[in-house]
Design a protein. Sequence first.
Length: 379
Amino acid sequence: MNESIHPPSRQEIESIITLDGEPVIRNLRITQCYHDLSQAVASVIAETNVNWCTFATWASKTAGRFIRGELVAMFRDALQSDRRLAEKLDRINTLLQRVDATAGLGRVAVVRALAAPVVEVSRNITAGNVAVFAELGPLFSMMCIRFREGTVYDTGALALLLDELNLKSGPPEQGGQGLLRDAVKHFYQAKFEVQVDRRAELVLLANAQTGLHEQVRLQPAIAGSLKLPFDVALRSLFDGGPGGRYSENLRKRLGRILASEIDPVIAEVDGELNRIWRECVTRVFMTLRLPDGEIHLGKDLRPLPGRSLFPAALQFIDNHDLSGLLARYGADGSLRWQVEPLIGPIFLNGCSLFSLCFALDSRICGYWNSPFLTPSGAT
């Protein structure tokens, strides 16, 4: 193993967290810091195995697309080309024109009305990005520092580290950090494990425990981002009129039609808008970009030509705790995943997703060997 790499300090991590007025810059720095932590963890545990911080780098970079508003453009383009949505908007316009031949909902007005709920999702993603980094950044930094100090397995040193981290007992659903505590133990065991297969299993187990903790904590916010109140936004167009163009009398007349005839169609439009939104969100969240192509996590993963799906060290799982965790999330047996991309609790299957991705360590490790950011910005 090469000489260990110094991790970002707690002071550096805290300085990033406090960049409240610069969400885009903060996200880029969080992403870079995760990359640096990934390199530091690899240098003290196992350079041939991907660690959780590697995937946190990818996840933070993905979150950045929301924070920078890139999904708004994707959503707008999807709205412009969706035929099912167009048909339902035409039905609303037909009803409106019974009252006023000039009345109608154009797609530009619809997109503007939908801006507020989409911006709220960006705020939630920003908060989640910072919350996870604030909890796990200092943990991995301290873990690297203490791991560098030991040359032999020492239960006393491990106990001191766990005390120093001050992790709460209990499951993440109840605000506990028991999974993180177990993950630190398994990372520590992996550092001193000389048998390649056992070390790979310990790292995978620690990664999965860390990933599961994070996904459970973020699940309410993520599920909320997949179902937005577009119907409320659409009705606001009639309350004040698009650009103030509707008179009070016309709004009253439209109101009567809304209650009896347009409301059911608005509910259908809301369903179509949320379908399009979920497709856009899923496309971003469930795509892993690698140098040799993209991996779509909502589809069956296929091996590269001439190679097996899993690295040799993870072909067979002997670690009892790991096999139990994989079985709990449907990743046991043949280790095939069926990930449904368009359901609310996407990330409740996060452990399976992480296990799936970590099996690709031979491809992914090479990707993160170069810095995420260059002096000129994000690569």
